[in-house]
Structures are given as C-alpha cells and as structure tokens.
Design a binder for this molecule. Structure first.
Ligand SMILES: Cc1cc2nc3c(=O)[nH]c(=O)nc-3n(C[C@H](O)[C@H](O)[C@H](O)COP(=O)(O)OP(=O)(O)OC[C@H]3O[C@@H](n4cnc5c(N)ncnc54)[C@H](O)[C@@H]3O)c2cc1C
Length: 418
C-alpha cells in the first residue's frame, strides 16, 4: 500500500487534468501532486484548434496557463511522460519508462482519441484527423495550398473545419453518412437552419452518403470515392467521433463501458481511490437517463474542479453541473444548454427582421424546459443556463410569446419586489 505521503497522481494533462490540480491547490491541498502528460508540451485548450487555421508552432497561444503556474504551486508536471499501467492493489502507476509512482488518490483524465476512418486509402498523405496541436498545424499548413477539401463527418469539428477551409478559399464538400448533420447532438429544426447557412456560404453538403475509398496519386490523396460519385480532393479531414481512452482502467480491472464508470462523486465504482474526469468518464447525471459521457470543456472543467476540491477535503456534493457547449462555425455561433434526450415538445423561435441569423430551439420534457439550442444568440443561451438551474422550472406556458431573456428579467424583478 502507498504511504500517506504518496499524494495525488493525475494521468492526463488536458483540460480536465489541469482543472483537478488547479482546484486541489486552490482548495489548500498541500500533499505531493504529479501530472503525467504524454504530449510533450504545456497543457493547452483544444477548441481553438478547429476554429481557425494554425500555421505557426508557437503562434496559437492556446496554453491553459504558463509554466510558472505549475512551478509556483509545486505541481510536478511530467511532460512527455506516459502512464503505461495501473496497479490498484499497490496504489501505484508505472510509466512508459518503467518508473513506479505511488499514489494515495489517482485521477484518470486521459481524454478521448479520434475514431479511425475505416476505408481503404485513409493512410494516404493529405488525410488527417484533428485532436492535437500538432494535427492542427499539419492541417493548417495543408490548407494554405489546398484547393479541394473533403470533410468526412458533419459533426462539430468537421463543420468548424469546413468553414475554416472555405474562408481560406478552398472548395469544400462535407460528406456525412447520417441523413442529417449533427444527428446525435442537435434537433432537426436547428440542423435545417445550420445546413442552409453553411450551404449559403458555398459549402457543399452531402448527407446520407458513405465514403467508399480514398484514392491517391504518388502516395498523396487525389480523390474521395463516395456513394454519390468521386470528389476531387487534395486534403481530406475527418471527424467521425471519438472513443474514450479508458484502456488503463480496463486493463487494471476497473469497470469500463465506453468510458471509466464512476459514481456521482466521480469515483470509479470499482475503487474509491480512483477518480475519472472529462472525456474518459461515464457518469450519472440528474439530467440524463442513465449514465452519460460528455465531451465538452464545461464538463472537463467542472468535473476536474469537483474532484480536486473533494480530494482536498473541501465540501463537494454530487456532480450535477448543467451541461453546456458551444461550437463556432464561421459566422455561426451554436450553443447548447442542458440535455435534449427524450424530449416530448419542441418550440422554435426564429430571430426577427433585425436579427435574421438568430434561432432558438426550446426542448421540453413533461412540461419542463430541459434544453435550449441557439444560433447567434448568446444572451438567450446565458439566460437558458440560469433558468435551467432554477426552480420553478420553465413550462411551455411560461415561454408563450416570450424569450428566456425576458423571462429571466421578469423573475428577477419579482424577486427584488418580494
Ligand atoms: C479540435 C477540437 C475542438 C473542440 N472544440 C470544442 C468546443 O468548441 N467546445 C467544447 O465544449 N468542447 C470542444 N472540444 C472538446 C474538448 O476539448 C474536450 O472535451 C476536452 O478537451 C476534454 O478534456 P480532457 O482533459 O478530458 O481530455 P483532453 O483535453 O483530450 O486531455 C487528455 C490528455 O491526456 C493525455 N493522456 C491520455 N492517456 C495518457 C496516459 N496514459 N499517460 C499520460 N497522458 C495521457 C492525452 O494525450 C491528452 O493530452 C473540442 C475538442 C477538439 C479535439
């Protein structure tokens, strides 16, 4: 067993791992803190990677905090070091170089990896997925000369990259297997507006279309053969989903099912000394039917903060933060608050003549507002985040002829008068 001084070991130096150590020290934890981060650079944010073209290695300024943050807080940040195995009986991890490091508490914050593209030709030069800063640089440089870009997958990252490529002057086609874009993530009503907006910008969108193979010339991608015929391509970017990096937990015998299974405190259901946070964790949530795994910055930050506070001994209840998300797709800001699963009523409010680019989609379950999707309407998204966490819940009648912004203001006035 570990000694009491073994401290906290965090595996993964991404958004969630960073949030854990920030909260640990913020809450006064004084024991040893070690972060193993297999990427050889300071922890950084991923969202900017798909929202513009990155061409300079030092340029993006995406680091979460400078190196001094870790030094001043006595956080042992082990960059470029990979954790290869867990020994939960002995409370120790083993690194790729064979070093054994004991822990009192272990936090898995290993994130997710891109699903590979399962078609012949996916290995050709000019075919890329985007997850790391290195990927972003490779794609950004390719975009400076690419004329025909095929984006495989009409998800958030694919659509963001499609807009980046289109703004850079390339001809862009998005190929999506499902019969609509973002089919698991947004309502059909919002998808219709979003698709129309991207098509108006000149992006060609083929839904219900499979990629059959990618063909090259001299090892470089040349065209993509789809169910609707061949598409010329000198750059192919694919984003067809991600899978959690849960293999360490699985090999150590912890419960895993498309993510490390944790309880409402984000502890592994198999071992109370092990927590999992961020993209790699499958957790209960009061707004979900059953366990859920979320891939979002909000979830990574809030889960990391909760676990950091809990280990430090601060008060921390169950994990119940309201899920929210954003995606910037060229001129479109898409925002989602809440979880849309199993909704039984949907109301769509378009912008008026002064704000034609706006849209809000309100989703209700059992007469209760549970999720709000907006396009180019940040104030309504913020109001949704406030009201979705308030009692009484918002009913369809509350919203009749109104917006959440107006409703939130009215409720505040009532509180002030009371
Ligand atoms: C291109 C892109 C754009 C995105 N845009 C948005 C957005 O607009 N809005 C939004 O809300 N979310 C967005 N996301 C999702 C968001 O970035 C993730 O949900 C978030 O980064 C998850 O944080 P994490 O710490 O769980 O995982 P990550 O940030 O992926 O960090 C995990 C880290 O752990 C490392 N690691 C894994 N295994 C080991 C090991 N055994 N040893 C050592 N290190 C290990 C990994 O290399 C990685 O660096 C985007 C993601 C991508 C890829």
């Amino acid at each position: 067993m570990s000694g009491t001084n073994a401290g906290v070991v965090v595996v993964g130096g991404g958004q969630a791992g960073f949030s854990v150590v920030q909260a640990l020290r913020g809450a006064g934890y004084e024991g040893p803190v070690t972060v193993f981060a297999d990427e050889p650079r300071l922890p950084y944010q991923r969202p900017p990677l798909s929202k513009k073209a990155h061409t300079e290695p030092e340029g993006p300024g995406v680091d979460l905090v400078p190196e001094s943050f870790y030094r001043e807080r006595d956080i042992d940040l082990r960059l470029g070091e990979y954790v290869a195995a867990l020994d939960t009986a002995a409370c120790a991890v083993t690194t790729g170089s064979g070093e054994r490091v004991p822990y009192e508490h272990l936090v898995l914050a290993t994130g997710a990896r891109n699903r590979p593209l399962p078609v012949p030709g996916a290995e050709l030069a000019g075919v890329h997925a985007l997850r790391s800063l290195d990927d972003a640089l490779t794609i950004g440089r390719a975009l400076t000369t690419a004329r025909d870009v095929v984006v495989v997958g009409g998800g958030f990252i694919g659509l963001e990259l499609a807009q980046v490529a289109q703004a850079g002057g390339a001809r862009v086609t998005v190929v999506e297997l499902a019969d609509r874009l973002l089919s698991r993530a947004v309502s059909p009503q919002l998808e219709e507006h979003l698709r129309e907006r991207h098509e108006r910008d000149g992006i060609r969108i083929l839904t219900g279309t499979a990629i059959e193979q990618i063909e090259g010339k001299d090892g470089q991608v040349h065209q993509v053969v789809t169910g609707q015929g061949p598409l010329p391509a000198d750059l192919v970017v694919y984003g067809i989903g991600a899978t959690p990096r849960d293999e360490l937990a699985r090999e150590a015998g912890l419960a895993v099912d498309d993510g490390v299974i944790v309880d409402e405190q984000l502890r592994s259901v198999s071992d109370p000394r092990v927590f999992a946070v961020g993209d790699c964790a499958r957790h209960p949530h009061p707004h979900a039917d059953g366990l859920i795994r979320l891939e979002s910055v909000q979830n990574a930050i809030d889960q990391g903060a909760l676990v950091g506070r809990r280990i430090a001994g601060g008060a921390a209840g169950p994990y119940e933060s309201l899920p929210w998300f954003w995606s910037d797709q060229g001129p479109v800001k898409l925002q989602i608050a809440g979880l849309r699963a199993s909704t039984d009523e949907v109301r769509v409010v378009p912008g008026d003549s002064d704000t034609p680019e706006r849209l809000a989609v309100y989703a209700f379950r059992d007469e209760r507002l549970v999720a709000v999707e907006t396009l180019n309407w940040p104030a309504e998204h913020l109001a949704a985040r406030r009201l979705l966490q308030q009692n009484p819940p918002v009913s369809p009648a509350d919203l009749a002829g109104s917006t959440l912004g107006a409703l939130a203001r009215a409720r505040r006035r009532k509180e002030v008068r009371a």
